[in-house]
Ligand binder design. Structure first.
Ligand code: DAV
Length: 393
């Protein structure tokens, strides 16, 4: 029987020109699918340890990233395109070196505590391997070092019984998959379907060196002139994440096949990065939206009876370092099921919003970990949620 499902997806993040696929875990994809079980070579049904159809069914198993050995990315073109100008001095000074050690130590203990809370809530927690990210590496196309295995949501997505590994959009993240190899092999051997999407070469030609980095106004002009730059880029009209390109989306759509519909969502945002501090689907028919980044496809959701709830303003103090994100990590939450949400304990307005929706807040503090560029959603990848395919549109 054919059913439809809305899963959020790690779709395709890109950073480069049309002939590149780079992917990341954060686009909302609406999919229609027939649930299939994979058969082993003897034709017997085997159950996959990896299985998820949305982001709110009861969470059984999750991968939580690691701050250990995190290295500051060198200030390359693609990094400039999505980081705030105020941070560039930091990247210039520390690019290629470890993030400030005292800060990382605090992030490590906050993430350990987050793992403990998840376990206490009945979730199995898995971690990537510890890797030395300070090593310089070279491919025939570029040389880099870095960066970390802190944000598994950027690199891994589960759709049905398949786990898909995305190529990364930054050169400093090219070899990030190495931290997840042991886990991937284990899931594969236990019956998961495991796919790695094609990696871009990431040579200089891949990047649009003329993309206007300096002024947000220039980017707005680009949009109103109707230009559409794929590199580092996006316009007001077509928001692809700076880390998402059409080539990658096409790859994902074809890979998933005719049973799935992939919807492209567009947002007004001059600094687009990942979707989950912009638009976060937290329940069947419920999405938390960033009031500063309106979605151009809201109508599609309204028509289908979805409720779009505006996230309250974040409470992060101005002097707290956020090297690779905005303060909107406040809405970057993790659903443990439809009625429980892991949320920052300092974000009282966000906690109240969830409570008013009948969702119990599990407050945790990962502010030091936030500095590395993500909230609870970014720091995790859902491996297994108990649920079935449903139709939401
Ligand atoms: O502020 O929109 C969100 C998540 C980055 N991993 C932002 C960034």
């Amino acid at each position: 029987m054919k059913r439809a499902l809305l899963t959020y997806g790690s779709v395709i993040q890109l950073q480069a020109r049309q002939n590149v696929i780079a992917s990341r875990s954060k686009l909302v994809v609406a999919v229609q699918a027939t649930r299939k079980q994979h058969a082993d070579t003897a034709g017997q049904k085997i159950k996959s340890p990896v299985c998820s159809y949305n982001e709110w069914d009861p969470l059984d198993e999750v991968i939580v990233g690691r701050p250990e050995n995190a290295c500051v990315p060198p200030l390359t073109h693609e990094v400039k395109a999505i980081t705030s100008h105020q941070q560039w001095e930091f990247f210039r000074k520390f690019g290629g070196q470890f993030f400030p050690q005292e800060h990382v130590k605090k992030a490590v203990s906050q993430i350990e505590e987050m793992c403990n809370v998840l376990r206490h809530e009945g979730v199995t927690v898995r971690r990537p391997d510890i890797v030395d990210w300070s090593k310089t590496y070279e491919t025939p196309d570029f040389k880099s070092k870095g960066m970390y295995a802190a944000m598994p949501r950027d690199i891994l997505i589960v759709i049905g019984e398949e786990i898909i590994e995305a190529p990364m959009a930054w050169r400093s993240r090219f070899f990030e998959y190495r931290a997840y190899r042991s886990l991937m092999k284990e899931y594969f051997q236990a019956g998961a379907k495991w796919t790695t999407a094609p990696k871009p070469l990431m040579s200089d030609e891949l990047y649009d060196q003329n993309y206007p980095m300096e002024y947000v106004k220039d980017r707005h002009n680009l949009a109103s002139e109707g230009h559409f730059k794929q590199c580092c880029a996006t316009s007001h009209k077509k928001k692809l994440w700076k880390v998402t390109n059409l080539f990658g989306i096409e790859w994902m759509a074809r890979h998933l096949g005719p049973d799935y519909n992939v919807h492209l969502l567009q947002f007004k945002d001059s600094k687009p990065m990942h979707i989950d501090a912009t638009f976060n689907a937290v329940g069947p028919g419920l999405v938390i939206v960033n009031p500063d980044r309106p979605c151009l496809q809201s109508e599609m959701f309204n028509k289908a009876g979805w409720k779009l709830v505006k996230a309250p303003k974040p409470m992060v103090p101005d002097d707290h370092p956020l090297w690779m994100s905005s303060k909107w990590l406040s809405m970057n939450v993790l659903m443990l099921d439809e009625r429980r949400v892991m949320v920052c304990k300092h974000e009282i307005p966000t906690i109240r919003m969830f409570e008013s929706l009948g969702i119990k807040a599990i407050p945790v503090d990962i502010r030091f970990a936030n500095s590395l560029g993500g909230g609870f959603h970014c720091w995790t990848t859902d491996v297994r949620r108990r649920g079935v395919l449903e139709s939401y549109f």
